[in-house]
Write a protein that binds this ligand. Structure first.
Ligand code: SAH
Length: 332
């Protein structure tokens, strides 16, 4: 089943009322964060990491690991040189870069980004830049032409979906990625999320479990690398992301893009102290986007805190599944 995503009516109504009153910009940017902070709470670390270690071949990386060619292209440095003060300045800069973005798509991308600035789903300039540099039109599959910048998820085959742009933006901005940080994505899917990450850091790792989808997206990145060289830094692996990627652990940030009703213990262990994980947490059919922060005290005690970044608004992602195809979620 595809990842369906919806807003609760009350949230939508509240936001539209604020917009209608003409004070939407400032409040829209700050409301979600202020409100969400009230839902912060602490999770017991020892309890959270009690769970399976590696099983079978999962996470070994033997199933297939595609390594980009040597040579690091610095996406974050490229992104910083881009003007974002006006759409015209941005469009001219983009057109001079030989990437081939069409003007229509750029205008649609700019409009989406502007709306996410208002809702707070993009709240740092570097995340805005990464979003503006990422051509969703290349990651939406051919059958969905015409919907490249619709703010919705779309099917990409194999039962998977490309996530809604606003949820992608929100999850990205929650991670507060700094250049050079190691970021692991679980669920490569279309490749769009990691494409965005490649403008925030040169250390991007992504795992996909469906082999034909993994191959398709790997090929897509190769095809796009000439015009979009930052994709060449994305390290990708075919395998079960539940067990993380031990070889490159620990990670500063982890983004899970398939739904699960618990935080996978191996991923928690592979998250650095001081790190952030963002994931759609909840039973199949209804999840909440959680920011999980792992901190270590001076004595080395680990504490976890979690926060619902949308403050009660639910989402629906496709399930986090095992190599046998069963869901990792225990509840129905
Ligand atoms: N980030 C993607 C989202 C794709 S949908 C995008 O924006 O396009 C979620 C993806 O998670 C699917 O491609 C699905 O195959 C993958 N997935 C599910 N369980 C997984 C697992 N155990 N390990 C790695 N990927 C998994």
């Amino acid at each position: 089943m595809a990842a369906l995503y919806y807003r609760t009516v009350s949230f939508g109504v509240v936001l539209s009322l604020i917009g209608a009153l003409g004070v939407g910009f400032m409040l829209g940017a700050f409301l979600p964060r202020l409100a969400a902070d009230r839902h912060e709470r602490v999770v017991d670390y020892e309890e959270a990491i009690a769970g399976p270690e590696k099983e079978g071949t999962a996470g070994s990386g033997s199933a297939g690991e595609m390594q980009p060619d040597a040579g690091i292209y610095d996406g974050p440095v490229f992104a910083r040189s881009m003007p974002i003060d006006s759409m015209e300045a941005w469009v001219s800069w983009m057109q001079a870069r030989g990437r081939g973005d069409s003007r229509d798509f750029m205008e649609e991308r700019w409009a989406l980004a502007a709306s996410f600035l208002k809702t707070g789903e993009l709240n740092r300039p570097e995340d805005l830049r990464a979003f503006l540099l990422s051509p969703r039109e290349h990651f939406v599959r051919a059958r969905n032409r015409g919907y490249e910048y619709a703010d919705t998820w779309l099917p990409i085959g194999y039962g998977a979906t490309i996530t809604d742009p606003d949820v992608v933006a929100m999850m990205t901005t929650t991670l507060k990625i700094k250049p050079g940080e190691k970021v692991l994505e679980i669920g490569t899917g279309s490749g769009y999320q990691s494409a965005i990450l490649s403008y925030l850091t040169t250390e991007v790792y992504t795992i996909e479990i469906i082999e034909p989808l993994f191959i398709e997206t790997d090929q897509l990145y190769h095809n796009l690398e000439g015009a979009f060289p930052s994709y060449s830094v994305i390290k990708r692996k075919l395998g079960d992301g539940y067990y993380g990627w031990e070889k490159y652990a620990p990670f500063d940030k982890i983004i899970v893009t398939c739904s699960i009703d618990h935080i996978p213990p191996p991923l928690l262990k592979q998250l650095k102290a001081g790190g952030i994980m963002v994931l759609p947490l909840g039973p199949p059919g209804r999840q909440y986007i959680m920011e999980v922060k792992k901190e270590a005290s001076e004595e080395g005690d680990i504490t976890l805190s979690r926060r619902d970044v949308y403050n009660g608004m639910s989402v629906r992602f496709i399930p986090f599944r095992s190599e046998t195809g069963s869901s990792y979620s225990a509840s129905p």
